[in-house]
Design a protein around this ligand. Structure first.
Ligand code: F6P
Length: 385
């Protein structure tokens, strides 16, 4: 192959950078591999940028050739490393600085025609910022176990996490049954309930609580008591980490109306040194309250980062390979400033402006919600099917 010529057609992109940002998830290595192999196939030079946008600002890179992406399809995590840093709000020592200019200058020095960013909602926003403020060409892929990126049917990482959380609920079922207990299982998802809802339905949870449907604790307790009355001596409560009670939802709505941006009643999330505070699982509070209200013995399990670890599922491997290679195709055509989205059977480019800053939440009348109600699952809001 001569330069970036392929089958007589010259690729419009000569050099790309790839970074992975935000929380990691299974499938990142498979997606890097897909992008890199397709880009190399089209004769492009590929540079890996380490630890997300921080690596771009600190100029930490690694050339990627076929040998570097060989054998990584099945590996969890990201071999490039990841971080939650934003170019325009970068923590440097004890200062937070806008280093957009440095990021752009480094990308130019690396002669990148396009920066490929693999990430969730925050990454889509940061990529758009680099394009709009710094004039860089960018292209993104939707990654997150939360499945909350808009304009795409699904994000990669979700299927694997769904499998892990479902298997965990299966395992909790057998021990809950043996001991006639209520087990509350906390599932990730940030402000969206996709993962808790999906795993809750697939694992046959008796109660599923998601942020989009605020709960009444008494409704949950009544459901558990009712099950016991009907001879069902165990219950599984799948609760999304972002689930909120009706009272909390009302207070938040009031604050929002009054123009308050921050939830003053929420526990602080960041320590004075900028590190995230290790939070108590909210499921512990729920288990304690349910035990008091029902008199049933309760236990708690917070699945946490287990949901983000390990090897991607076959579905995610396939999805990452399709998304990644489609990114390579689009790059060869010089198509930039888009996210590659899943639409039915196709992977299609959608304008980054239509993605950044938005969150895909579960509509309260979503078919999965309807199905859950029809099999008798309590969603915490008194409404029966
Ligand atoms: O966005 C993915 C996610 O795993 C969320 O579900 C969760 O709220 C968050 O990341 C946890 O982030 P961290 O990696 O900072 O603990």
């Amino acid at each position: 192959m001569e330069g970036n010529m392929i089958m007589g057609k010259k690729a419009k992109t000569r050099c790309i950078g790839i970074l992975t940002a935000g929380g990691d998830c299974p499938g990142l290595n498979a997606a890097i591999r897909g992008v890199a192999k397709a880009a190399l196939h089209h004769g492009m030079r590929v540079t890996g940028i380490l630890d997300g946008f921080r690596g771009l600002v600190e100029n930490r890179t690694h050339p990627i050739e076929d040998i570097h992406v060989s054998g990584i399809l099945t590996l969890g995590g990201t071999f490039l490393g990841s971080s939650r840093d934003k170019p325009h709000k970068m923590k440097m020592g004890d200062k937070v600085m806008d280093l957009t200019g440095v990021a752009v200058a480094n990308a130019r020095r690396l002669q990148l025609d396009c920066l490929v960013c693999l990430g969730g909602g925050g990454t889509q926003k940061n990529a758009l910022h680099l394009h709009q403020v710094g004039g860089l060409n960018v292209l993104t892929l939707p990654k997150t176990i939360d499945n909350d990126v808009v304009m795409t049917d699904v994000s990669f990482g979700y299927d694997t996490a769904l499998g892990i959380a479902t298997e965990a609920i299966d395992r909790l079922h057998t021990t809950a049954t043996s001991h006639h207990r209520v087990i509350v299982c906390e599932i990730m998802g940030h402000t969206a309930g996709w993962l808790a809802l999906g795993a809750g339905i697939a694992g046959g949870a008796d109660v599923i609580l998601i942020p989009e449907i605020p709960y009444d604790l008494e409704a949950v307790a009544a459901h558990l008591r009712n099950r016991r009355r009907h001879g069902k001596r165990f219950s599984i409560v799948a609760i999304a980490e972002g689930a909120i009670s009706i009272a909390e939802a009302q207070r938040l709505a009031k604050d929002r109306k009054a123009g308050k941006k921050k939830d003053k009643a929420a526990p602080p999330r960041v320590e004075s040194n900028g590190m995230h505070l290790v939070q108590e699982a909210m499921a512990s509070r729920m288990a304690r309250q349910l035990q008091q209200l029902t008199g049933l013995e309760a236990r708690v399990t917070s699945l946490g980062h287990v949901q983000r670890g390990g090897s991607p599922s076959a579905t995610d491997r396939l999805l990452c390979t399709r998304l990644g290679t489609q990114a390579g195709q689009l790059l060869s055509e010089g198509k930039y400033n888009v996210m590659v989205a899943v639409r039915g059977d196709a992977c299609v480019p959608v304008p980054l402006e239509s993605v950044a800053g938005l969150v895909k939440l579960v509509p309260p009348d979503h078919p999965q919600v309807v199905a859950a109600r029809l099999v008798g699952t309590c969603l915490g809001d008194w409404k029966e099917a």
